[in-house]
Every structure is written in C-alpha cells, then in structure tokens.
Design a protein around this ligand. Structure first.
Ligand SMILES: [Zn+2]
Length: 332
C-alpha cells in the first residue's frame, strides 16, 4: 500500500533519500569508475602522426612514437587498458598485415608495453583492417569462408600474444574462432593469455564512424552474413554460451546502448566478466548533439556509461574513456 486510506497521504516517501546530493550519493546503486574503462586506439605508420578522425571528434589515428605519451596520459587518468586497432600501410587479399611479426599492431604492443609495462594492452583480432576487400575473413566466391579464415585469425592472435599483448579479443564473428585461438595460444606458448570474445557482435549501423577511423569499410556487400542480426536476443545468449564453452575468459556485447536488454539478459545468465563496447556511432551521436548545443555532453555521457554498467557490464570499452575519467575525478 503506497497511500494511507485514512489520511490519504503517501506511505512510501521515496523523496526522503533524494533531497540532497549527499543522500543520493549514499544510496547510489551504480557507480562508475575509470578502472573499468578500456580506451580504443587506432595506430598507423609514419612519424609524428595524429590524424584527427572527423566523425569521431577528439579521436585520432596515432603513429607509434605518439604511444608513450598516450600511455602516460591514460595512467594519470586511472584508465588501465587499451584496445588496439591497426591501420597497415598496405592491404592484401589474405590480410597478411594482421599476423606479420612486425605488423603495425605488433609494433604498437611492444611500444606500449615498453612505455608502461602495467598498461593492459588488449588487441583486436580480425582481418578487416588488413584485407583489400575489407571483410573479416578470406573471401571465396563472393562470400567469407569461415573455416579458411580460422587459421589466419589464430596466426594473428598468436603473433599479438608473442609481441606481448596481455589479452586478445577476437571480433571476426567466425564460428569456432575462440576454440581455434585458445588452442593456438595454448600450443604456441601463450597459455596464460586470456581471450575477450566479441561474443554477441551485431551487424550494426552504429559502426559507421569506426570504418572511417580504421579504414575498414567492406569494398562489396556487408557483414550481415557473419555478424548478428539486430532483432535477435536469444541468439546472442547462444553465441555467448558457445564462446564460453570454447574457452572465452571475458564475453562482450557490441554495440552497447541499443543492446542494453542483451547485456542485462547476459548478466543474468552468465557469471563471466561481461564487457560492453560503447561504439563509434554512439560516441558520434553525443558529440554531434553537444556541438550543436542540443545536449549537456558531460551529463549525457556519464548517464549513458552508467546505464551500460547498470545493465550489467563489468568492463566498458569507450571512446569517452578519457573525458569520463576526467569528469569522474572532478565531480560537479
Ligand atoms: Zn573485422
């Protein structure tokens, strides 16, 4: 009963705990911290390069020499981890730049670990930035061949681990990729390297700005033949279950904001650490609205990140990581 029938006045006075900021803080159910954020980095060749990415204001492609300063900034902000994407100088049909010992990501791993051994360096394991056709695997007869792609993904993961990556994150959405990579790491001398699986990765239009950042737009067709269909949620749970069975240490839902229901269902069903990727389009929407003066950028950003955590994410991969960390250090 929420209203006293005699007096007609409310019994539940929810507003008692909302009166002051100190009270609200005390009873807050979800708290955001820089420690759970992962910052994505785009690495390119060259010297002294900081190529601003127009559709992702504040984000840039960085050359290797820029990485030590980046690592120092992240450390000062309390952000423990980066997720690396590489833009190679040349691309080919087989995406060989992804698994070259001196590939751009392998070099970036070494540079970052040298600059700050405590920084967690996570590497994206996929081929789309490295293939001339822009797909995430080997193309045969106009389609991405699942099983022909697996050996290239395992080579990529192993080469990244050998370069010093702390964790590998397969994102190609090939069936069996986690099992194949786990086996390759175990047999290749990296049994302690964890796998963060892009388990439920949707074929989302929210990736638009990323393709500009990573120069990885498919040259023909799209990725709907391997990434998940956005209307499906039960299938996401099956994908996650399969990746756990294959040996994933952390599972991910991507994108985040339009898939909070999937995150919440995954949180209820599975006990593994759960990551959410707050993707480029989600970032770009806030930046564009803020630039027009239509939204309070700080409040909206923190509200979105808090919602992702409230839905169940333990780890949030986000382009907002630095600004969020700054805002969290100096609460308004
Ligand atoms: Zn890909």
């Amino acid at each position: 009963m929420s209203v006293d029938p005699q007096s007609g006045s409310p019994v539940d006075r929810f507003r008692r705990l909302r009166r002051t900021e100190a009270l609200r803080r005390l009873v807050r159910e979800t708290r955001l911290s820089p420690e759970e954020l992962v910052y994505p980095l785009f690495v390119v060749g060259g010297q002294g390069v900081r190529n601003a990415i127009p559709s992702m204001p504040g984000q840039s492609q960085l050359s290797l020499d820029q990485l030590p300063a980046e690592a120092a900034e992240l450390r000062a902000l309390g952000i423990p981890a980066v997720l690396l994407f590489g833009i190679p100088s040349t691309k080919d049909e087989q995406g060989s730049g992804a698994y070259a010992a001196d590939g751009i990501v392998q070099q970036a791993v070494r540079a970052l670990k040298q600059a700050d051994p405590d920084l967690l360096v996570i590497t994206d394991v996929c081929l789309c930035e490295y293939t001339s056709h822009g797909h995430c695997g080997v193309v045969k007869d106009g389609e991405v061949d699942n099983d022909a792609t697996l050996p290239l993904l395992t080579r990529t993961a192993l080469s990244q681990a050998q370069a010093g990556a702390d964790m590998v994150a397969p994102s190609a959405m090939m069936d069996g990729q986690v099992a194949a990579i786990r086996q390759a790491l175990d047999e290749g001398g990296s049994p302690h390297t964890p796998i963060m699986a892009y388990a439920a990765k949707y074929a989302s239009a929210f990736y638009g700005p990323f393709r500009e950042a990573a120069e990885s737009a498919p040259q023909f067709g799209d990725r709907r033949g391997y990434q998940m269909d956005p209307p499906n949620a039960r299938e996401a749970l099956r994908e996650i279950e399969a990746d756990i069975a294959e040996g994933a240490d952390i599972v991910m839902v991507k994108p985040a904001l339009a898939y909070l229901d999937v995150l919440a269902r995954a949180r209820e069903r599975f006990d593994l650490p759960l990551a959410a990727y707050n993707v480029s389009g989600e970032y770009a929407m806030i930046k564009a609205a803020a630039a027009n003066g239509w939204l309070d950028e700080r409040r909206v950003t923190l509200e979105v990140l808090t919602a992702i955590k409230r839905a169940g994410a333990d780890i949030i991969i986000t382009y907002h990581a630095k600004e969020a960390a700054r805002w969290l250090q100096s609460p308004s």
